[in-house]
Design a protein. Sequence first.
Length: 148
Amino acid sequence: MTTASQGDPAEIERLAAALARIARTTRRQTKLPLGASSISALAVVVDQGATRLGDLAKIEGVTPATLSRIVAALEEEGYARRSSDESDRRSAFLDVTPAGRRMLIKARKDRAVVVSARVEHLTAGERELLFAALPALEALADSGADSD
C-alpha cells in the first residue's frame, strides 16, 4: 500500500525513467575528454577534497579494480594524482590537479549549457514547476549518498 508521501509506483517509475533519460541525453550532448565514470570520480574528489581510494570506490559503487583503471586514466591525463597515506602505507588518496579542476569546471559549464537549451523548450509554467522542484531534486540526489 502506498501513501501520498511515498508516491505512486507508476509515478516513481516515470521519475526514474525521466532522470535517466535526462542524464543520458545530457551526457551524449556534452563532449568530455573522459568517460562518465572518470568524470564522476573526479567530481567527488573536487567536491570532497583528497579522498581515500577505498572510500572513492564505495562512493562510486565500483570495484577496486575498476577504480584502479579510472584513477590510472585520471593520472595519465594529468587530472589527478595519487599519494600514499602516511599513517597507513597500504592505503592511498586521490587528489585533483589544477588541470583536473579546470576540466571539471568546464564540463559542468558545458552540461549547464546543454540543460539550459532544453529548459528553453519548456513552457513558462513548466520552468516554474521545475525550478520550484529543485530543493526536492537536490534532496533526492543527496538522500542515498551516505548509504551507498
